[in-house]
Structure formats: C-alpha cells, structure tokens
Write a protein that binds this ligand. Structure first.
Ligand SMILES: NC(=O)c1ccc[n+]([C@@H]2O[C@H](COP(=O)([O-])OP(=O)(O)OC[C@H]3O[C@@H](n4cnc5c(N)ncnc54)[C@H](OP(=O)(O)O)[C@@H]3O)[C@@H](O)[C@H]2O)c1
Length: 385
C-alpha cells in the first residue's frame, strides 16, 4: 500500500512536470503566454492523468485525485502570480549613466542593481555591510560582464555615515543620474540609534532624506536626475504625527504600525521633494512606488517555530513575488522614457496609482520636511532647495 502510494505521487509529479514543460514549449513556439490559455491547456492535459487513475482501487483513486486537485490549485496560484506581475518591457540602455542604490546587496535592491548593470550603467551599491556589499558587487560583475559596479559603505541609521558616504560620492561622481532610496527595515522591537532616533524611521526615512539633500547637486548636474523612493502599500494603514517622528507618544510598540508610518513618510517626502525641485527650477524628478509583496529578508524575524516554518515558507513561495518580480517598478522608473517628465507620483506594478489621502496632504508634507531637517540637523550649506 505504502509503495503504491509513493509510486502514485511520483507518477503525478512526473506527469505534471512533463505537462508543464510541454505546455510552456507550446506557448513559447506560438508566442502566446496568456494565463487563461495556459491554465486551460494544463487542465485538459491533466484530465488525461485523471483518466489513468481508473485502473487503481477506489481509495487510491480518491487519494490520487485529491493530490492532483491540490497540485493544480497551487500551480494555478503561482501561474496567476507570475502573469499578474507587470514586467518592465523597456529595453532602454543605461550606458554613461550612474545609478546609486541603497540596500543593494540583497532582495529587491540587488535585483534592481543587477538589471541596471546589465543595461550598461555605472552602479554604486550603497550598503551598511562592506563584506555583503563586496560579494554582491562581484556577483553582479560576473553575471553581467559590467566591471563598473562598485560599493560604498552607508549606514542609513547613522547620520555621520550618511554624510561620509555622500562626501565620497560627491568627490568621485561629477554627476548622478538615478538615486534609488531602496533600503529598509521592519523591526519587531523598538530600538533607538546612538543619536536617540527611532531605528525604523531613521533607516527608512531620515537617512534617505539626508542622503538626497546632500546628493542633490550631483542629481541636478546630470540634467535629468531621477529620484526613486521604495515605499509600500502599507502606508494606507498609517497616520503620521509630524511632532512624534520618534514614536515617543506611542504607548504600545507595533512593528507594523511604525513600519507603515515610515512608508507614509517616504511618499510625503517624495511629493515635497518634487514640489521643491519644481520651485527651484531643478531638472530632477521624484517618484515613489510599492514593489508588491516580495519574498525577501525584510520580515526576517522567525515567528512560527520549526514545525510551522516550512509550511509558512511554502505559502510565502506561493503567494509572494520573487525579488526579481518585485524590482520591476524600480527598474521601470529608472529607465523608461514614458516617465521622463512625470514627477511626484506613486506607482505600483509599473503603473501610476493613487496613494492614501494622508499621503497626498501637501501641508503635512511641508511640515514633515521641516521637522525632518531639524531632526537630522541639516545645515544651511547642505540644503539646496
Ligand atoms: N519585501 C516586501 O514585501 C516589501 C513590500 C513593500 C515595500 N518593501 C520595501 O522594499 C525595500 C527593499 O526591501 P527588501 O524587501 O528587498 O528587503 P531586504 O531583502 O531586507 O533588503 C533590505 C536592504 O536594506 C538594507 N539595510 C537595512 N538597514 C540598513 C541601514 N541602516 N543602512 C543601509 N542599508 C540598510 C539591508 O542591508 P543588510 O543586508 O545589511 O541587512 C538590505 O540590503 C524596503 O524599503 C522595503 O520597505 C518591501
């Protein structure tokens, strides 16, 4: 009985594998990758497998049929995830352009850096850990054949590290075409930096605010600088008290609430940056985005114990996008000519989308800018807009 079961499982997996490969080959040959057609073709092919179950005993027929239905259910979800994710179809090259990406040693940032290096850009990975950054840079050089991939040390939660990194970039790069504010953390506990700033807000918002201000002259001198801020749809749940950016009035620390707040700050910052650049007549655009729900290290706290963890990992694989899929909107905003003149907007799945009402509050955006400038002690000579 046990041997028979194992044989059935093996047979179903082998048949499905064969079906998927042949269906994809057919789709590739006919240039037709529409989700409904693929699923349709796969359902018809699996009907053949199902008819083959008739030779089994009744209980085994039921078991094998259930196995098949479950397999199809999961495969259809994964296929749906694959087809519903927009891909950056632009083939624009980035030769002679310089891009700086924060938090580019892993996850969405790494995939973005890899794609832009493939397009010929000079890519600067700005990361807090030099060993991890060095490994990522050499991996990108090996995979793309582009030797112009370097890294600098940048700890966004430490404003002196941000100032040092920006000074290095200002010295070595006469121009900067794209700045991608990608790095982020989601923490389970409340931490303060040495300077007494809340760590999530410090990494996700304060550090990027200071970095942008310091690198604005390089972005402006490129003639068409682009700033891209990786926010999140989580901002929809958030409200932001501009006088409590350190979350000191918050009674109970909630990881999700504070993370969402930092992502709301990202959008308000982008919109105010756009307004100030327009006012100053700078040719710099600023847009922000939600990358999707992506399988990365972001929510890295193991919460489910050794028994549930594999199950949770499986569900994550099933329902979450891959980092490469999650990088598509960042890549689109970096390279596409379609967004050349667009600024102050929020994107998702390579398309413009509405953000929350609070994220569009222009008065709050001004107040946030001014309060953040105070908290990071932005000096008059560091402020260009
Ligand atoms: N994953 C999602 O589902 C999702 C959804 C919405 C938005 N996002 C946003 O997407 C962005 C990228 O996140 P991800 O999902 O790719 O996460 P990830 O894999 O954890 O990558 C985050 C990156 O940020 C870096 N980082 C963390 N703290 C830093 C600091 N103090 N200074 C400099 N770099 C720091 C990390 O460096 P280490 O490797 O050294 O830790 C890592 O390179 C984040 O802004 C996140 O909020 C993600």
């Amino acid at each position: 009985m046990f041997r028979e079961l194992v044989e059935i499982i093996y047979e179903v997996i082998e048949d499905l594998q064969f079906d998927i490969v042949s269906t994809f080959n057919y789709a590739r040959a006919n240039h037709d990758f529409s989700f409904s057609k693929l699923v349709n073709a796969l359902i018809w092919q699996s009907w053949g497998i199902f008819l083959g179950f008739r030779k089994l005993s009744a209980p085994l027929q039921i078991f094998a049929s259930c196995l098949l239905v479950f397999a199809w259910f999961f495969i259809s979800i994964r296929l749906y995830m694959f087809f519903s994710t927009a891909k950056c179809s632009q083939t624009d090259k980035m030769n002679n352009k310089t891009v700086l990406i924060t938090g580019a040693n892993t996850g969405i940032g790494f995939e973005t850096a890899l794609d832009l290096a493939r397009r010929g850009a000079r890519v600067i990975l700005a990361c807090r850990n030099p060993e991890r950054a060095s490994v990522a840079a050499s991996k990108i050089r090996d995979l793309t054949g582009n030797d112009d991939v370097v890294f600098i040390r940048l700890n966004l939660s430490d404003m002196s590290s941000v100032r040092q990194a920006a000074a290095k970039v200002a010295m070595s790069e006469p121009r900067l075409d794209v700045l991608i504010c990608n790095a982020g953390v989601a923490l389970s506990r409340q931490y303060k930096t040495e300077a007494g700033l809340e760590l999530q807000m410090s990494t996700n918002h304060f550090g990027h605010f200071l970095l942008l201000n310091l690198l604005l002259p390089q972005l402006a001198s490129s003639g068409s600088g682009r700033v891209i801020v990786v926010s999140s749809s989580a901002h929809h749940w958030a409200t932001l008290d501009v006088d409590d950016l350190n979350s000191e009035k918050t009674w109970i620390y909630s990881q999700n609430r504070i993370y969402a707040r930092t992502k709301l700050a990202n959008i308000l910052f982008t919109k105010e940056l756009d307004r100030r650049c327009k006012l100053a007549g700078l040719n710099v655009t600023a847009n922000c985005l939600h990358p999707g729900t992506v399988q990365t290290n972001l929510f890295r706290v193991p919460m489910f114990g050794p028994v549930l963890e594999p199950f949770v990992s499986f569900l994550t694989w099933l329902f979450y996008m891959t980092p490469k899929e999650g990088a598509q909107t960042s890549i689109y905003l970096s390279v596409s000519e379609n967004v050349a003149g667009i600024s102050g907007e929020y994107f998702e799945n390579c398309r413009q989308k509405n953000c929350s009402k609070e994220a569009s509050d222009s008065l709050k955006a001004v107040n946030l800018w001014n309060r953040t400038a105070e908290m990071v002690e932005l000096q008059p000579e560091e402020s260009h807009i």
